[in-house]
Ligand binder design. Structure first.
Ligand SMILES: Cc1cc2nc3c(=O)[nH]c(=O)nc-3n(C[C@H](O)[C@H](O)[C@H](O)COP(=O)(O)OP(=O)(O)OC[C@H]3O[C@@H](n4cnc5c(N)ncnc54)[C@H](O)[C@@H]3O)c2cc1C
Length: 415
């Protein structure tokens, strides 16, 4: 039986672990946190996931919250321009619903379930030295590092050709709340995407947390501008203060959301998160001092800003891709050629499009994107094609990403 070590019990690591266990592999998971620490900790994400990514979870019966998570019907895009005034309104329905299940709920349960399904779980925050030891003794046929945006990612070199940014592009601040009134124009659960040009964005995301259905108010702030009210060093802000700042900004910049916030309260004592990170693509193989190697997965090797809500989706797709590559490789050694080919195929089919689109959305919206959104405001076909891009960003490449592609598409719509 082949032995696989997965360092990091997050979206990608646990999903891959479950796939491998079901396929008869011997799996060891090294987790920095116990299930209770995950469950009772601070939120880590807004984790909106679209149907193709959810399908990869369903394949191994990890969809434990399908009956409880609010079915997200689509996206409503507004522009606040001038700030405080709604200038654009796009209602974009998804073909199939998305979901956001609090990672505290999901990953704690998945970790317990993995142990129940036969994984060996080791509770340890692996250091680079641990990784060196773990990969040199030949105990595992393959070591995968799925430790997210942690210090361990530094074991993988930054790939400057694929990493245009050297500083964080947004300050991130999320608050899980109960009591948000439904959008009066579209009461079905949907993601609200409220852009404040030059300053940032507010996302409103229906989700499921410990205490049931909720919403997440998520400010993405351009660093140094007026929405950027949370400490850049990440020092913890008391949750009630965090919520008050969130609401004060909503009142000023997106009053139509603030109107819905009259009865909001935090879902729990640890319902907030803020911080910032630099979007980075890394090379996929860590070469350890003792001669061992490890393959990086998901956020370890491709970290994008959450502005397009793709990190957990990409992590799920990465787990699915790596699983298929492991199964296809059968009994052959997992050498560096296999590792490089596996990552490059994932980059080409999935991560490249996500990264290009996400980095583009961090910039002021170019003229052709403004034209697309203006058309989408009155044309459902265009709006739905835009929404479909969140489910599969590779579908955006031909028409959304370049002025000529957009012009051709909009001309075809007119005829
Ligand atoms: C504010 C915010 C909002 C987001 N919103 C969305 C969204 O709406 N949609 C979306 O798709 N994505 C979103 N994301 C991104 C998404 O959460 C991540 O991309 C995704 O969880 C990455 O999965 P992963 O498996 O790579 O790592 P993670 O899910 O982060 O898991 C890594 C795990 O490794 C563990 N770990 C860390 N270091 C070690 C170590 N040394 N040893 C052992 N274990 C370790 C951690 O405790 C963690 O459990 C958001 C991110 C942020 C910050």
């Amino acid at each position: 039986m082949r032995r696989i070590l997965i360092v990091g019990a997050g979206q990608s690591g646990l999903q891959l672990a479950h796939g491998l266990l079901a396929e008869g592999y011997e799996v060891t998971i090294m987790s920095a946190r116990t299930p209770d620490e995950i469950r009772n900790g601070w939120p880590t994400s807004t984790q909106a996931m679209f149907a193709p990514a959810l399908d990869t979870e369903r394949r191994y019966e990890l969809n434990l919250w399908d009956d409880q998570a609010p079915p997200i019907a689509g996206l409503r895009v507004n522009l606040s321009a001038p700030p405080g005034t709604r200038a654009l309104d796009v209602i974009a329905e998804l073909e199939r619903p998305a979901q956001s299940t609090d990672q505290r709920l999901k990953l704690a349960a998945w970790l317990e379930l993995a142990e129940h399904r036969g994984a060996t779980v080791v509770h340890n925050t692996a250091s680079a030295a641990d990784l060196d030891t773990l990969t040199t003794h030949g105990h595992y046929d393959l070591t995968i590092v799925a430790a997210g945006r942690s210090d361990l990612a530094a074991a993988f070199d930054r790939d400057p050709a694929r990493s245009p940014h050297t500083t964080p592009q947004r300050g991130l601040a999320i608050a899980y709340v109960h009591g948000l009134a439904p959008d009066p124009d579209w009461p079905a659960p949907h993601v609200g995407f409220h852009a404040v040009p030059g300053l940032g964005e507010l996302f409103v995301i229906p989700a499921l947390t410990h205490a049931g259905a909720c919403d997440i108010l998520f400010w993405e702030a351009v660093p140094g501008e007026d929405l950027d009210r949370w400490p850049a060093n990440g020092s913890r802000v008391p949750p009630t203060e965090h919520l008050q700042t969130t609401l004060d900004l909503a009142k000023q910049y997106v009053p139509w959301v603030y109107e819905r916030c009259r009865n909001v309260e935090l879902t729990d004592a640890k319902a907030t998160l803020h911080g910032r990170f630099t979007p980075t693509v890394r090379t996929p193989i860590a070469h350890l001092p003792g001669g061992g190697v490890a393959l990086g997965m998901a956020d370890v090797v491709v970290t994008n800003d959450p502005i397009t809500g793709q990190g957990a989706n990409t992590a799920a797709k990465c787990a699915d891709h790596y699983l298929r590559a492991i199964l296809a490789h059968a009994d052959r050694p997992f050498d560096t050629t296999w590792m490089r080919d596996t990552f490059e195929a994932f980059w080409t089919t999935t991560a490249h499009a996500v990264t290009a689109w996400t980095n583009a959305m961090l910039q002021p919206l170019p003229e052709h994107v403004q034209q697309i959104l203006a058309t989408a405001a009155t044309n459902q076909a265009v709006a739905q094609r835009f929404a479909a891009g969140f489910a599969d960003p590779s579908t955006l490449t031909d028409w959304f990403m370049t002025p000529t592609g957009a012009a051709d598409y909009l001309a075809s719509i007119r005829t």
